[in-house]
Design a protein around this ligand. Structure first.
Ligand SMILES: C[S@@+](CC[C@H](N)C(=O)[O-])C[C@H]1O[C@@H](n2cnc3c(N)ncnc32)[C@H](O)[C@@H]1O
Length: 551
């Protein structure tokens, strides 16, 4: 009975999975219940990969009587032992026997007091997306916290920060065909089933697909609407019979990993290969190729959203480098860099992620660290950017959107609906020259506020900021004329009429003011601070906001 033994995957045996779902439902194993059981201190410690405070809390709860949630958290989240009788009581329909048959646990014997250990991680997941709220239970491989050992190269990741980031930025309007590339435990695919007629979920890992199949069945989302395919990158979806997709989501194995050997083909000494994060390519080639190749699988109007890392190389502006990938894709492209690490920080992050620490394995730490630094130095890499890329095949065939920017501050997740509205805003602007924009009626978005900063005693503000409450939370400094124009955008007057009025008040030539203000108005529409007046409130619907336990 080895916890998290290599190769353990859950088996999708349908009647048993349904019985497990009913049991989990009755057990009350929800995100809220687990956080309530653990309390804020142990929950926060769990987020920092510390299990002792949580173990203490579950043992305290178990000591007060039979407590299904405590038993299940001890077993499936913390990797602790429970007795057979305790698991039978927590999941009475499935029992230890059924859980073993599903590949979820291993038991030392048939006796009531015999120890049972988890073979996979199973935990609740809660989110709200455009289709409403979800409460699922997801399985994945047990992590280092539960097993006390470094994870295996074919480790299947549970829901983490990157997974929820992608789920929250995903545009969630109704789609016919959606692709989730590198599905892992299936989290993106499960969300996509809620707004897609068909979801194709791919992974190079047979084990990941087994977890996805199980998780879909446990959520009641398996069936003809979910098609699981094994293969590398776009290969499983670019056969002669494959149709294009209306939405592609991917949290790909984008971690830049040093490669040794001739031509960089082999793994570097001291740097383990993890399938969940390393696509086996040099540098950021995998993200580049995915961006450049995405047009092969997108239908007209189809959107692709992916996470990625990209290198900042000496003497090259990263915006131009990533922008050139977007250019080569032939697609509309919007790249948002959210974070930047220097080479040393990057090496430390991914060494720790793989379970290597200086204390536990000084030689491995040093070899790995140097391999990363040498690899970056060989390509003149000064920093690594992390962010998301949105691509869209223009319906007209001609790409018009090319935006590469850095937004490092906090954003108001979920961003998906905001991004969809921004794409619509872009298209609206593209369809209007300045005369048409001047004839349009605009309204200030409901989440925008104006901040005025005055030098003490002054009558007029020296700085006026327009601040967006949702989306990217952008702040735009507005001069007197722009602030006046925005203040008058209530849908009554056309933009051109407002410009003429402001010009009269400020006593400046209207033509000059118009050519100064219209580009700024375009920026405000593009960023969602001003919206075309459609007579209906256009605040976006919420996309998924999600909660996981200790993720
Ligand atoms: C970072 S995980 C993402 C898992 C999940 N989609 C999520 O959002 O949490 C990347 C996934 O890509 C898979 N993968 C690795 N190399 C791949 C390849 N060449 N082609 C397709 N998938 C690959 C891994 O097995 C892993 O499941």
């Amino acid at each position: 009975m080895t916890p998290g033994a290599p190769g353990a995957v859950p088996l999708t045996e349908l009647p048993l999975v349904e019985s497990l779902r009913a049991d989990l439902d009755r057990s009350g194993l929800t995100v809220e219940a687990v956080e309530g059981l653990l309390g804020p201190v142990a929950s926060a410690a769990l987020h920092r990969e510390q299990r002792l405070p949580a173990l203490r809390e579950v043992d305290r709860a178990a000591g007060t009587g039979s407590h299904a949630v405590a038993t299940l958290v001890r077993l499936f989240v913390l990797g602790g032992e429970v007795t057979r009788v305790a698991l039978d009581a927590a999941l009475p329909g499935t029992g230890t026997q059924g859980c073993a048959q599903l590949g979820l646990v291993g038991a030392a014997g048939q006796g009531r007091a015999d120890a049972v250990r988890a073979r996979v991680d199973l935990r609740p997941y809660a989110a709200a997306d455009a289709a409403g709220s979800v409460n699922w239970w997801l399985t994945s491989d047990l992590g280092e916290l539960a097993t006390g050992a470094a994870v295996h190269p074919d480790h299947v990741l549970g829901v983490g920060g990157a997974s929820t980031t992608l789920a929250q930025v995903t545009v969630r309007d109704r789609r016919r065909r959606t692709l989730d590339l590198g599905t892992g435990c299936g989290i993106q695919a499960l969300h996509a089933t809620r707004h897609s007629d068909l979801v194709v979920a791919t992974d190079i890992s047979r084990r990941a697909l087994a977890f996805t199949a199980f998780n879909a069945a446990l959520a009641g989302l398996d069936g003809p609407g979910l098609d699981l395919r094994r293969g590398s990158m776009l290969e499983p979806v670019t056969g002669p019979l494959d149709e294009p997709f209306d939405l592609v989501v991917s949290n790909p194995p984008f971690v830049i990993t040093p490669r040794g050997g001739p031509g960089g083909a082999a793994d570097s000494p001291g740097v383990p290969h993890f399938e969940y994060r390393d696509g086996g390519r040099a540098g950021d080639d995998l993200v580049r190729d995915l961006v450049q190749g995405m047009g092969r699988v997108l239908a007209p109007g189809g959107v692709a959203q992916l996470l990625g890392n990209w290198e900042h190389r000496r003497g090259e502006d990263w915006r131009e480098r990533v922008g050139s990938w977007a250019q080569a894709s032939g697609l509309d492209a919007w790249v948002v860099q959210r974070d930047v690490q220097d080479p040393a920080e990057y090496a430390e992050t991914w060494l720790r992620d793989g379970g290597t620490t200086a204390e536990r394995d000084p030689a491995g730490w040093e070899a790995g660290y140097l391999a990363w630094l040498d690899d970056f130095a060989a390509r003149g890499v000064e920093a690594v950017g992390f962010g998301f890329v949105l691509l869209r095949r223009p319906s007209t065939g001609r790409a018009t959107l090319r935006r590469v920017e850095e937004v490092t501050g906090p954003v108001r997740q979920p961003l998906g609906a905001h991004l969809a509205a921004a794409l619509a805003g872009h298209d609206w602007l593209e369809a209007r020259d300045d005369d048409a924009l001047g004839a349009a009626r605009l309204v200030v978005a409901a989440d925008v506020t104006e901040e005025r900063y005055l030098v003490p005693g002054a009558g007029d503000p020296s700085v006026v900021l327009l601040r967006q409450g949702e989306g990217f939370g952008r702040a735009v400094q507005a001069g007197t004329a722009l602030a006046g124009l925005v203040g008058a955008c209530d849908g009554e007057l056309a933009v051109g009429q407002i410009v003429a009025g402001v010009a009269a008040i400020l006593d400046v030539p209207v033509v000059e003011l118009r050519s100064e203000l219209l580009p700024q108005v375009r920026d405000l529409v593009r960023d969602g601070l001003l919206r075309p007046d459609t007579g209906v409130s256009s605040l976006p619907d919420p996309g998924p906001s999600s909660l996981t336990v200790g993720g």
